[in-house]
Every structure is written in C-alpha cells, then in structure tokens.
Design a protein around this ligand. Structure first.
Ligand code: DCB
Length: 522
C-alpha cells in the first residue's frame, strides 16, 4: 500500500509519539522474530527511542533503508537538534542539521530532497555514521584496506570513514570479505551498524591525548627562508618583510578542515612540506561544518598541535578562523574574540604565528558594516597580547573584494588583506583588482588559492595557475595553496593513501601537488 505524503507525515508523527510512550521490552514488531539475528540490535535501539517502526506495527527489517531514515536515526543517536528547513519532507530539519554538521556534503544528498527517499549507498552510510558517532576514530590504510576484498572499487572520498569503521569493528564486510560500497543496506543491517558503533568506547582516540596546556616548543631545525632566518615579520608599505626589513615571500600549503583531515597536520607532514621548500603552513580551522563551534576543545587541541608542529619545524604558520557556511563573521564575534585572545596569549612570544581573522566572508555581508568593524575589534584583542604579529583580514565575496578594503582600510600596523582565487574560476579581473589595491597602498596576501575551480574540484588548471604564480612572484606576494590532504578532489595535493606523515615522492603527489610543490622555492 502506498500512502500519499500528506497522510503519511501525521501518521509518522503519531507513530513516534506511540513508540516513545510505550517503551517495549522487546522490539515488539510483528515482523521481527525474537530468534532473528537482528532482534537484539533492534530491541536495543527501540529502547533508546532512536528507532521507530511503521504505523502498522511492522519494522520491515529487509526493506532497504533510505537516506532520510538513516540520517534521522543517526541524528537521534548523536543528539543532533533539527534546524528549520524550507522543504516539507518529514526528515528535512534533521537532514539540514546533519549537512551543517558536516556529516555529508551537499552533492551526496542534495538539500532539495530528491535523494531523501532513495536507498543510501553503504559507503555514504558509513561516512555519516563515523562522522556523527565516532569522529576521532582512524584506521590505518595498510592494516584495514587488505581486509576489504573490493577496496579498489571504493571512491577515495570514503577511505577515511571506511578504514576507520573497519578498524573500530563497526563494519566487517559480507561473508566473502566484500564491502560493496555502492549497494544499499537493509534496515536490519543498518541497525547492526548502529549497535556496533554504539558499542565502541568513545575514549579511544588513535591520536595521543593532548596535555591541557603543553608549552610552545622550540624549533628543532633551522630552515632556509624559515623563522630562524627571518624572525618577526613586519609590513612595510605593501611588502611583507623580515625583522631586519628585507622583503620576504612566504609560500606553502593550507591544511584542509581540521575536523576532517588533521592527520596531515602533524610534525611529519609539516616537516615533509618544509623539505619540499615551503616556509609557510596554514591551519584551516572551520568554525561551522562540524568544526570549532560544535566541538571547541577537541578542535582547539588539533589546532595547537598543528601550530606547534609548524613551530618546531621553523615554519611560519597561519591560524585561520575558517568561516564559510556562516558568511558574516559578526555572527560569532564573541567566540572569535575569546579564541584569538587565548591564541595570542599562548603565542605572544612566538614570531612564527600569523592570525587570519575570517577566511571567506560571503553572502549578505558588507565590508564597512560588518567585516571592518569585526576585524577592528579582533585586532584590538590580539594587540593587547601580541603587539606586532601580522594579522590577515578577509573581505566579502569569499575574500575577493579587496577594492572595498582599499577604499576604507583598517587602522593599525602589520595588517594585510587576503585575496583568494581559484585558477579555474578567477583570472585577469582579480589580478587587476590586486594591482589597483596595491596602487592605493594595500598590502595583499594570498592566504588561499587553488589550481581547481572555486568549488575545489574541476580541472586541474595548471596553465592558468602558472600565470597567477608568475604574477605573484613579480610582485613579491606570499601565498598558501588549498590543500594538503588526500581527498578525491583536484585541489588536493596528495593522492589517496599518501602517508599522513610523509615523506612524499612525486608519485604520491597529485597533478596539482606536483605543480604547487615545484613552485615553493622559485
Ligand atoms: C573556499 C573555502 C574552502 C573550500 C575551497 C574550495 O570556498 F575557503 O573551504 O574548500 O574554497 O571550494 C572546499 C573543499 C571541499 C569541501 C568544501 C566544504 O575543497 O573538499 O567539501 O570546502 O567544506 C570558496 C571559494 C570561492 C568561492 C566559493 C567557495 N567562489 N565556496 O568564488 O564562489 O563556496 O566554498
């Protein structure tokens, strides 16, 4: 029987109320036999209120689970609150919340809803489950991939989650040892996944737990172009200079989001980067998308670990407050003030650190009305601790509107304005904007650029990138490339499965990585 959605929605609400009102000792669904292999999992999940059956008293264990069903059960288990959403689908609020939490990406389940009621592929289900319930678990590539007979059919985008799920024993594969990444899963199978995930003790981080406030390390190795050579940076006119006033150009890589790719921000990774000639590392701390604002202490620990690793390796390092989905930095100005106050206190004696106040303002946000007053407040807070560290400031339209900043610049010393470009999307027009802004005296810093299109994929656009880098070299402008990770997207510098601590040979770099790494010391 197929019911129209209008009838189904209230029925489902009713079913929810009923299941919550009477918590059964057993699953109590007439199609879930007490002797079945899944009865235990279903009973356990029903008792926590995470699981519901159908209004007719059935659970339909063999029916393929839909994306909306899978996400909403996960959301209940993780305690994720719904957010407002425009579409009328029963799970829209939970789907929107899960998307914002970074459990999956827009293209995997578009918020427009067309895939909500479709079967969820196993690879995506595992990714959502791991991000939501076991975000800190990691699996070793070499140990886990051999357990999966059809590993070669798995998209690199799902490596991290699937390897972690095997390592934690959440997934075992079928009797033949195959994972079948694109197949659907039955509602009963999904329940055993949830049960397995819940059985994993959360207190098993694979990375060592940070002591609460470890001291900032001393550099262990001096590097050409590094901090031991150039000291405290200063801005003279439009040029970044060393402590003694000589022009300096910083070139290096940005991390991807710390909540997803912190495995490439350790001491081995940054030291391998420096071996390739980089003197700069940028630590991208997303505020939304499951980043700092949703798990501040865990993400802050990852950030300080990455910054300290860069310091130990004599690199300059950018602390990036990576706003993206919330485009107006004013929306979290209090959190930003607290964060940068703490960081500038911790690193007040450390010449390595640059502060980037807002990655990419976007949407309904103005320079003079929002970004400038935000930056002015943050600059005062940082200056109270760190009188001279270089501070980088973004602008509207994903940090492309430096002409607005040039017309109405900030007050203060050692400030630079970021411009971000993606070679497959942005060209001569933005370069002209740089020249125009510099002619007005604005110091420009490219804290993020990519060889791809603006969405991080497409291309790779190496010819366009070469034009851009030549332009920057001629003007002595510093840059940081997006991004040091092995995600399956063209802007990523590492191939899927590249060792997280390096060293990386040519064959472990992507086309983008090979090109970018060859330009660090040009
Ligand atoms: C910037 C962001 C950065 C984003 C890259 C590439 O966004 F600062 O976070 O990175 O540029 O788009 C991408 C990753 C993906 C990830 C996604 C969401 O590469 O793996 O799934 O972030 O976290 C820009 C830059 C420019 C423009 C638009 C965006 N633009 N944007 O000009 O339209 O919408 O993200």
């Amino acid at each position: 029987m197929k019911l129209p959605k209008k009838v189904l929605a209230p029925l489902l609400v009713l079913a929810v109320c009923l299941t919550l009102a009477v918590l059964p000792a057993r699953a109590d669904f007439r199609d879930v036999a007490p002797s079945s292999w899944y009865e235990g999992a279903i009973t356990q999940l029903t008792q926590t209120g995470a699981l519901k059956g159908y209004p007719d008293g059935t659970f339909r264990p063999n029916q393929t689970i839909s994306a909306a069903e899978f996400v909403s059960i996960t959301a209940r288990l993780a305690g994720l609150s719904e957010v407002q959403d425009q579409t009328s689908h029963w799970a829209a609020g939970q789907m929107q919340a899960a998307l914002q939490a970074g459990w999956y990406d827009w293209d995997e389940i578009p918020p427009t809803g067309e895939l909500f009621d479709q079967p969820i592929p196993r690879q995506l289900a595992v990714k959502i489950l791991m991000r939501a319930l076991l975000p800190d678990v990691r699996g070793d590539y070499h140990t886990e991939s051999v357990k999966i007979k059809d590993f070669s059919t798995l998209n690199g985008r799902y490596y991290e989650a699937v390897l972690a799920a095997y390592a934690a024993g959440v997934v075992h594969g079928d009797t033949s040892g195959a994972f079948r990444p694109l197949a659907g899963l039955s509602r009963a199978e999904a329940c055993t996944l949830f049960q397995n995930a819940q059985a994993v003790q959360p207190a098993q981080p694979t990375q060592p737990v940070q002591p609460t406030d470890p001291a900032v390390p001393d550099p262990v190795q001096a590097r050409q172009g590094g901090v031991s050579q150039n000291g405290w940076l200063q801005v003279k006119g439009t040029q970044l200079c060393s402590e003694t006033g000589e022009p300096v150009v910083l070139r290096g890589m940005s991390s991807h989001g710390l909540q997803w790719y912190s495995q490439f921000t350790g001491s081995g990774a940054v030291s391998s980067l420096a071996d390739w000639g980089a003197n700069l590392f940028r630590v991208a701390m997303y505020t939304g998308e499951g980043g700092y604002l949703s798990q501040p202490s865990a993400i802050k620990a990852k950030l300080t670990a990455a910054v300290d690793a860069a310091i130990a390796n004599d690199l300059y390092v950018i602390i990036d407050w990576h706003i993206l989905s919330a485009g107006n930095p004013m929306s979290h100005v209090d959190e930003a003030l607290a964060f940068f106050t703490e960081m500038s206190q911790r690193y007040k004696d450390t010449p390595n650190v640059l502060y980037e106040l807002c990655n990419e303002p976007n949407g309904d946000v103005s320079w003079s009305g929002d970004v400038k007053p935000y930056a002015q407040r943050l600059i005062s807070a940082i200056r109270a601790n760190s009188p001279k560290a270089v501070i980088l400031v973004g602008s509207p339209t994903w940090s492309q509107d430096i002409h607005l900043a040039a017309a109405d610049p900030l007050e203060g010393e050692n400030l630079m304005y970021t411009l971000h470009f993606y070679a497959g999307t942005h060209g001569a027009e933005l370069r002209q904007r740089i020249d125009g802004a510099m002619a007005k005296g604005l110091p420009v810093f490219i804290s993020e650029w990519g060889t791809s299109r603006a969405d991080g994929s497409g291309g790779v656009f190496l010819e366009e990138s070469r034009v851009w880098l030549d332009f920057l070299d001629q003007r002595g402008i510093s840059w940081c490339n997006w991004s040091l990770c092995d995600k399956d997207e063209t802007s990523a510098a590492l191939r899927p499965g590249a060792p997280q601590d390096g060293p990386w040979g040519q064959d472990q770099l992507t086309e983008s990585g090979q090109f970018v790494f060859s330009r660090f010391s040009s």
